[in-house]
Design a protein around this ligand. Structure first.
Ligand code: 26Q
Length: 844
């Protein structure tokens, strides 16, 4: 096909010339859709006229889809306004939305018509969707969870919205060089995003710094400082096969014209003239301002407050709007209209900010404001790692948010008084239970404690994690508020993570179940168990998996230049690089496997299982050990993949720039995936659910949601190894006391690295972290050495199982069949009933 043939018709050439440019947003016929696309090419010009390359086609296609979404979106908004149901507001500093086009036309159920329409215009839908950049406004699990939740809220017709920040640069892009990981800015808005709508009428002032003024009436008022405007950008979130289309509202910090000092500018003082301007722009500049400096920390705190303040002002505004004309109302009704969910402690400032707005702006007394606040706010915890529990310097907080610090002090004081008067038995625990840590070295505010004291509900994200929260991290609070703590096991959206990323497997499932209802009722997958032994079902299953493996092999070749064999076992570990996730255990296992292969005769090698080990993930830029792990994986790959003796039995590939779109190619093509964190450290994990849903077997520890996945799919279909969470503390003590006896295989693998087999890079810091008295200062804190032998034994069981194809395919089918529980529809229904108390509100 030539370029002229791909013309939108404006030049008068090609098939598309016959298609007019008109806009009928709700049209469903391919021909009408094609003319909608043409309309945007001509009348929403973002490029030079007459261009209709894949990039222009993508933007015009996306805009035509957006038109349809806008229609449904407005209807949803008006319907909610009329019905005035209780609504949930999900506050999250992160959303990992990925691409939107496939998801939107899939949820609107118009994919075939769009594929036809684009064909008429000389393009292929599969190629067009590849043009879109990922929206990566998050780091990993917590951000992707927020995005899966939005999809389920819309699909379940729940009145619920997401609130976040519109970062100018999202999560960094990762490139692999000879040095290892290299980061660069992710310019996702470089051109523009067709999925956002700016709301110039939705603007709120957000104050920073300043002081508290006491008025003669005794009222306290926060004044002075600097005021930045929060401007709303809305992203439509369509539900699957429903009209309901909800909003992800992202705030952008906007300086106002008054902040621009024209006199200074005319005086040639360009920088100082624009100072306030640029200080406002910094707020939403990047996802993670490095927190190595005080400035970086302050900026992160500003971001958090900016999200909380703008979002709460918006909720209050909506609440009041919906009360207008409905007779008299009371603030005590607020919690029956508004539920706020805090995605980890990052938006904790919503608590003192709601108190402040209610007391200082609306005139409520402390008790009334406290009652409203605590009945409104709920908190989800996503980690038990001490270094991830947020603590903010009191000094910084007094400077940035003086009124909020007064309120936090008062909450702390009242909490202590309550303990003194009702629970004297807990007094000895108060120093660690308090919100304010008065440590004279560095007084801090403990955000998790503020959340636990103030929220009506606190939940963990997998059963094991919630149990650990109750028995350890928050144990002291449980006896005060026994019913406050809940579990809500995470989930993933089956639309993105099966229906759209693996259409072929989806079609087989639909064919055999004789219904596609599983897409919104994932428990129906259990019926696949009936066919798990059937030869023709197995054959179809294997051919779909093979097609996905071939697509993955092509992708790996494209991005790494490494050819991998689709007949080998595809073994994948993709997630943020972190020592507790133990990518190091994986690569040490690969190194041991390589060494054994080298020692075998060619004849012996033939009886082994060929494997392709793929590892991917980003290391936080300042996390040195994580970057060393990336480098080690790359170096091992360079040696193994170029070793002609063994490279038909083993390949090791580092998959660069892991993100949502890459996951959508990797996961469907996976056969084994590794979820091998030290037990008790991974709160839940959600990629384990995605892999399992896609018929991929898991090798894993009894950690996070692995425990529940294994329960659902059956222990015979799960390759288990490693210490359990309750064994871990004693094992660490044994380690410190020199009682640990390393397995010879572990020593051999480490020695192989030391021998220089993978190059001369200094791996000693990594190797030392596996010995006593280093790492976290606690010697192999993550117990890689302890778990290594049982990991290798489990890997041997994997190799054996893979040799029996029929057995493997059956296990694969049973993995999918047992994954129904892990739909985010189930998770969100439970939040709706058991925490938010909200109900379906379907747009007619
Ligand atoms: C903390 C302090 C200061 C600045 C930033 C942070 C910070 C930022 C991001 C702390 C944690 C995060 C992200 C955490 C995260 O992604 N947690 C993952 O959440 C998933 C969803 O619940 C779980 O499945 C994973 O187990 C958990 O690691």
């Amino acid at each position: 096909m030539t370029t002229t043939e791909k013309s939108n018709g404006a030049t008068g050439y090609g098939v598309a010339a016959k298609i007019p440019a008109s806009a009928h947003p709700m049209a469903g016929e391919p021909k009408e859709i094609a003319s909608n696309i043409n309309y945007h090419v001509r009348y929403s010009p973002h490029f030079s006229a007459f261009k209709f390359e894949p990039e222009q086609a993508y933007y015009a296609t996306a805009e035509s889809v957006r038109d349809r979404l806008v229609q449904q979106w407005n209807e949803t908004y008006l319907h909610y306004h009329k019905v005035d149901p209780k609504q949930t507001y999900y506050l999250s500093m992160e959303y990992l939305q990925g691409r939107a086009l496939t998801n939107a036309i899939g949820n609107l159920n118009i994919q075939d018509a769009y594929a036809d329409a684009l064909n008429k215009l000389g393009h292929k839908l599969e190629e067009i969707v590849e043009q879109e950049k990922d929206a990566a406004l998050g780091n990993g699990g917590l951000g992707r969870l927020a995005s899966c939740f939005l999809d389920s809220m819309a699909t379940l017709n729940l009145p619920a919205w997401g609130y976040g920040l519109r970062y100018r640069y999202g999560l960094f892009k990762q490139r692999i060089t000879k040095e290892g990981q290299e980061e660069s800015a992710d310019d996702w808005l470089e051109k523009f995003s067709p999925w956002e709508v700016v709301r110039h009428d939705v603007v709120y002032p957000v104050r920073f710094f300043g002081q508290v003024e006491v008025q003669p009436s005794g009222f306290r008022k926060w004044v002075g400082g600097e005021v930045v405007k929060a401007l709303a950008y809305d992203v439509p979130i369509p539900g699957y096969k429903t009209k309901n289309t909800i909003s992800l509202r992202l705030w952008e910090a906007k300086a106002s014209a008054e902040d621009f000092n024209l006199f200074q500018f005319n005086d040639g003082k360009y920088e100082s003239a624009a100072q306030l301007h640029s200080s406002a722009q910094q707020i939403c500049a990047v996802l993670y301002p490095g927190d190595a400096t005080e400035n970086g920390k302050l900026l992160r705190l500003k971001q958090q407050f900016f999200l909380c303040s703008a979002s709460l002002q918006d909720m209050i505004c909506t609440f009041k709007e919906r009360k207008v004309g409905k007779g008299s109302w009371k603030w005590s009704e607020f919690p029956s209209k508004v539920a706020v969910q805090l995605n980890d402690t990052h938006p904790t400032l919503a608590i003192p900010e709601l108190m402040r707005l209610l007391m200082d702006d609306e005139g409520l007394g402390w008790d009334e404001a406290w009652d409203v606040t605590t009945r409104t706010i709920a908190y989800t915890n996503h980690t038990v790692l001490p270094e991830a529990l947020e603590k903010w310097s009191q000094a910084v907080m007094w400077k940035l948010l003086p009124r909020h610090m007064e309120i936090i002090e008062e909450i702390d004081k009242r909490f202590m008084e309550m303990i003194h008067s009702t629970r004297p038995d807990l007094e000895s625990k108060l120093p660690s239970m308090r919100i304010l840590d008065k440590n004279p070295q560095k007084p801090v505010v403990r955000m998790a404690n503020l959340c636990v004291v103030s929220a009506h509900t606190v939940n963990g994200v997998a059963q094991l994690h919630s149990d650990i929260l109750k028995s350890e991290l928050f144990a002291d609070y449980v006896s005060i508020w026994p019913t406050k703590f809940q579990n809500k096991t995470n989930g993933i959206t089956p639309r993105r993570w099966l229906r759209f990323c693996s259409p072929q497997l989806s079609n087989i499932i639909t064919k055999w179940l004789k219904t596609d209802q599983w897409v919104t009722n994932l428990d129906l997958l259990t019926d696949l168990r009936k066919f798990a032994d059937k030869t023709d079902f197995q054959a179809e299953w294997e051919s779909a998996k093979m097609a996905n493996k071939q697509r993955l092999a092509q992708y790996i070749l494209k991005v790494t230049g490494v050819t991998i064999d689709p007949n080998s076992l595809f073994d994948i570990q993709v997630k943020r690089i972190h020592e507790y996730k133990r990518q190091l255990l994986n690569i040490l296992g690969a190194i041991y496997r390589y060494k054994k292969l080298k020692e075998m005769s060619p004849e012996e090698r033939k009886s082994t299982t060929s494997r392709t080990i793929m590892i991917g993930g980003k290391a936080f830029a300042t996390y040195t050990n994580a970057k060393r792990i990336v480098k080690l994986v790359c170096d091992v790959g360079a040696v193994v993949n170029n070793d002609p003796e063994v490279n038909s039995y083993l390949k090791v590939v580092f998959v660069p720039n892991y993100n949502v779109s890459v996951a959508e190619v990797l996961i469907p093509g996976s056969e084994l995936s590794q979820h091998i964190s030290t037990a008790g450290m991974e709160a839940s994990g959600t990629s384990n659910m995605k892999f399992s849903l896609n018929g991929c077997l898991i090798i894993g520890t009894l950690d996070g949601a692995n425990v529940e996945i294994r329960e659902e799919i059956g222990e015979e279909n799960f390759f288990l190894f490693g210490a359990t969470a309750d064994e871990v503390p004693q094992l660490r003590k044994d380690r410190e006391n020199g009682l640990f006896k390393p397995d010879p295989r572990f020593e051999e693998a480490k020695q192989f690295i030391r021998s220089g087999a993978f190059g001369s890079y200094d791996y000693n810091p990594l190797l030392e972290s596996l010995e006593g008295n280093s790492g976290y200062g606690r010697g192999d804190y993550f117990l890689v050495g302890h778990d290594f032998p049982s990991y290798m034994d489990a890997q041997a069981r994997v190799d054996e199982a893979y040799k029996d194809r029929k057995r493997w395919t059956k296990m694969s089918i049973l993995s999918t069949a047992g994954s129904g529980k892990f739909s985010s529809d189930r998770t969100i229904s439970q939040y709706a009933k058991e925490i938010w108390n909200i109900e379906e509100c379907r747009v007619p």
